[in-house]
Design a protein around this ligand. Sequence first.
Ligand SMILES: Cc1ncc(COP(=O)(O)O)c(C=O)c1O
Length: 305
Amino acid sequence: MSLINAIGNTPLVKLQRIWDSDKTGVRMLAKLEGSNPGGSVKDRPAYYMLKTAIASGELTSDKVILEPTSGNTGIGMAMMATAMGYRIKLIMPACVSEERRAILLALGAELELTPGCDKTDGAIRRAHSIMEKYADQYYMPNQFENPANWKAHYETTAPEVIRDTNGEVDAFVAGMGTTGTLMGVSRYFREHKHKIRVVGVEPTLDHRIQGLKNMQESIVPSIYEPGLLDCKITCNDDDAFETFRDLALREGLFCGLSSGAALWGAIEVAKDLPRGSTVVVIFADRGERYLSTEIFRSVCALCPP
Ligand SMILES: Cc1ncc(COP(=O)(O)O)c(C=O)c1O
């Protein structure tokens, strides 16, 4: 199997404890995207964006790939760039976890850090300013504006969900970052006439959940079309962190913080569904990627002895 073929086909796991699928009669299925070779959901769009750019001739072997990222896309892209023989430079806010930086360096990426207080938007602005000056030297996939981001989910994530549930899904829930996951999946469900509620989980203003965006305080990704969501749920940091901790302690699933937010939203959705329904929720990455973060330590300090 090639590295490319190892992307996707992630497991769908039934939750039993935080949400008791059997007792409530509403199945909660979590799609474990941390099982991708680069460790997150972002392997899918990273590969799609690069293969599309190579096919269109925008990415040639003399160009360096340049991308602003809070981490996971960078890791997926660095993995694919190295495997496909390209050089890559990533612009990231200084607040991203040490593990992410170390993984990127291990994969051979060049890193440039922007001030942590400017979050991902600072990295986006810096990447655009490099492109303005040196467009001939770089190719910027730009996950926030690139249709290949959502197409990856249209062509892989959504059909996998339908295949693995025999189409028996009533709601699909995911955190909102670039919104590529939600936009691609929603388009697929609508075009293939699946009546599935697509729900985005958005963090509150000034949140600390890496990978997610509050649209009011961020540069809104141009791929985001609000009309493709049936509903948006707001999750605060405390609820996300508590659910993240419960996931590890009660379900044995050590996922990232955004998975805590996504599950909190999915439970809100599940509470209103009749018995016999099914909810699919995306767990975007794994917990290992956050071990050094202050947030992880403070959340973990809450764990019972
Ligand atoms: C940890 C994590 N969760 C959720 C998301 C959101 O995914 P999307 O960009 O498809 O909205 C991301 C995106 O980078 C992420 O890194």
